[in-house]
Design a protein around this ligand. Structure first.
Ligand SMILES: [Zn+2]
Ligand SMILES: [Zn+2]
Length: 281
């Protein structure tokens, strides 16, 4: 029987609250014998550790997602460092830059103040965007620094921020995976030049993702991993429904087909890479 590792999902999210046992059972039945649940905030990181303690084949990461930076105290990095000591914590992250979900410049933002509501002008919105980007970058750098210090790998979230992500990544001596890789060949070659890995999600099965498949065809066999990012991004034919770790098989099959290798052979490759990258035995 093949072995697969879902290197990135969110088992602590409310979408799994009612049937997590069944979800994990279905994953094992599909040959997904290890699952890495990813922290997005301090609360989520703690919840992930708790799940990893409960399920022998579940591992956790601890991190602060760029869209969650508002939820945490300035002391978050000290707490992450403490959480990272847990024996089942295999990486720092997910962390990074997400410039997709920033306030929209076209729509003026209504802001409630003590004097009633005011509308932010274009300039004010721009200032707010700049300060949000700076806050994301600061939290990202703190986590890169922590990963370097603890010699743990880093799981990186990137959206609409390739250049800025590469600029920061270059400054730290870490080993990283660009999770849910959505770039094309240009971004792939930059990731490879920096010595990092990519991980493909269900997006690789989407009709409109030819760029991502082009990258999946040529990525060297020692740099590729697979994930679901469940509960999001369910691969075809489940697209649009709740995703779960068992579906990592569908993404692996699709990429194997692109690469002209057997499913079993790609499963062996991606599993060996994940074991080495995350230090799983
Ligand atoms: Zn992400
Ligand atoms: Zn994620």
């Amino acid at each position: 029987m093949h072995s697969l590792i879902d290197t990135h999902c969110h088992l602590d999210f409310p979408e799994f609250a009612d049937d997590l046992d069944a979800v994990i059972k279905r994953a094992f039945a599909a040959g997904v014998d290890r699952i890495i649940t990813i922290g997005t905030s301090l609360g989520s990181s703690r919840a992930g550790i708790e799940l990893a303690s409960r399920y022998p084949n579940v591992y956790a990461t601890v991190g602060l997602h760029p869209t969650s930076i508002g939820e945490n105290t300035p002391e978050f990095i000290g707490e992450l460092k403490e959480l990272a000591q847990h024996p089942k914590v295999v990486a720092i992250g997910e962390c990074g830059l997400d410039f997709y979900r920033l306030p929209d410049d076209d729509k003026p933002d209504l802001v409630e103040t003590a004097f009633g509501s005011i509308t932010l002008s274009g300039i004010e919105t721009e200032l707010r965007i700049d300060s949000l980007k700076a806050a994301q970058a600061a939290a990202f750098e703190q986590q890169l620094e922590l990963a370097a210090q603890l010699e743990k790998p880093v799981v990186i979230h990137q959206r609409d921020s390739w250049n800025e992500t590469f600029d920061l990544l270059k400054q730290y001596s870490v080993k990283a995976v660009l999770h849910c890789f959505t770039g094309g060949l240009a971004e792939l070659s930059e990731v490879l030049a920096l010595g990092h890995h990519v991980s493909f999600s269900g997006i690789a099965t989407f009709k409109n993702a030819a760029d991502v498949r082009a990258a999946a065809r040529v990525v060297p066999a020692d740099r590729v991993m697979v994930e679901t990012d469940a509960p999001y991004l369910a691969p075809v034919p489940h697209r649009g429904k709740r995703c779960e770790p068992a579906y990592v098989r569908l993404t692996t099959e699709a990429i194997a087909k692109e690469r002209g290798v057997s499913f079993e052979s790609l499963a062996r490759t991606t599993t060996a890479n994940a074991e080495r990258f995350f230090g799983l035995r």
